[in-house]
Design a binder for this molecule. Structure first.
Ligand code: CU
Length: 124
């Protein structure tokens, strides 16, 4: 293979890798704050399959952790791991249900996501 042919092969891959991979707008944005209520908005209702994105503009590390991930025997729906200052965490979508979550580092920080069924016209 000539080097020129290699470049032609690699160029489209480079374009694809620059493409945003998760939670492109429209998504529900939740901002982390250092003071109460910590997650703004603290309570969010979305429809199933709708993406959510948390942003951490604070100077501290936080996590966005579904309660099910810290309570034994429950299903773990999402866990950001450590979110650094200016970090973000996105969830592409969730099944219908209620998802309380907290920050593992500061368990006083709590929020809740409520996911409803998507409106669908009755079947033909
Ligand atoms: Cu925190």
């Amino acid at each position: 293979m000539t080097p020129r042919f290699l470049i032609a092969l690699l160029l489209p891959v480079g374009l694809l890798s620059a493409w945003p991979t998760a939670a492109t707008p429209p998504y529900t944005a939740i901002t982390i704050e250092s003071t109460s209520p910590y997650f703004v908005p603290k309570s969010v209702t979305i429809s199933t399959g709708s993406p959510i994105k948390w942003e951490n503009p604070t100077g501290s590390e936080h996590t966005v952790t579904h309660i099910g991930c810290v309570e034994e025997g429950d299903l773990c729906a999402f866990d950001s791991g450590l979110m650094l200052p200016n970090g973000t965490f996105a969830v592409p979508g969730l099944a219908p249900g209620r998802y309380p979550y907290l920050c593992r580092i500061h368990p006083i920080m709590r929020g809740v996501i409520t996911v409803t069924e998507t409106f669908a016209p009755s079947q033909l």
